[in-house]
Design a protein around this ligand. Structure first.
Ligand code: ADP
Length: 163
């Protein structure tokens, strides 16, 4: 099963991806997680991505596509995957098409999570508060200001991918 999950920040892509992982036994490929890991490890990609992510902007397509292509070559994706947070631009969608074609892979479905936009920023705020209360690390881009920016970016750059 090869799936893509699309949706604005706070829509619950991570939560739904976890359920899909549990039901189908396929890994979740979250570009947000992969990039945060790269930032944590201070890799070349991570160093480039850090400030961009903190602002809520998109990391350049070439970098993200390279991260995904690498991940597609690992053994655990042989039976499928659920992509979460990728593609987020038309160029990424076109690049993904190529990467899949080169590996003779086809997608089974693209799922779009639709949520009333007026609740998204509040949801992200609540998520950050709950994580802090549990003593879990809170994402530095989960502030209301950066979340607004992430939503603007979603509207401008990711929504056209749905069309
Ligand atoms: P959310 O969906 O809540 O915005 P993610 O974890 O998917 O959270 O993404 C966090 C940040 O990582 C984004 O704001 C962006 O800076 C970067 N990022 C993640 N995926 C991509 C992508 N496909 N293209 C460019 N940047 C990305």
């Amino acid at each position: 099963m090869r799936l893509i999950l699309l949706g604005p920040p706070g829509a619950g892509k991570g939560t739904q991806a976890e359920r899909i992982v549990a039901s189908f036994g396929i890994p979740q490929l979250s570009t947000g997680d992969l990039l945060r890991e790269a930032v944590e490890l201070s890799t070349k990609t991570g160093l480039h991505a850090k400030e961009i992510m903190q602002r809520g902007d998109l990391v350049p397509d070439e970098l993200v596509v390279a991260v995904v292509a690498d991940r597609l070559d690992q053994v655990d994706v042989a039976n499928g995957f659920v992509l979460d947070g990728f593609p987020r631009t038309l160029a990424q969608a076109e690049a993904l098409d190529k990467e899949l074609y080169q590996r003779s892979l086809r997608l089974d479905a693209v799922l779009e999570l639709k949520v009333d936009e007026s609740v998204l920023v509040d949801r992200v705020k609540t998520r950050a508060e709950q994580m802090a209360a549990r003593g879990e690390p809170v994402r530095s881009d989960d502030t209301p200001e950066v979340c607004e920016r992430r939503l603007d970016v979603y509207r401008a750059q990711t929504r056209p991918v749905i069309e």
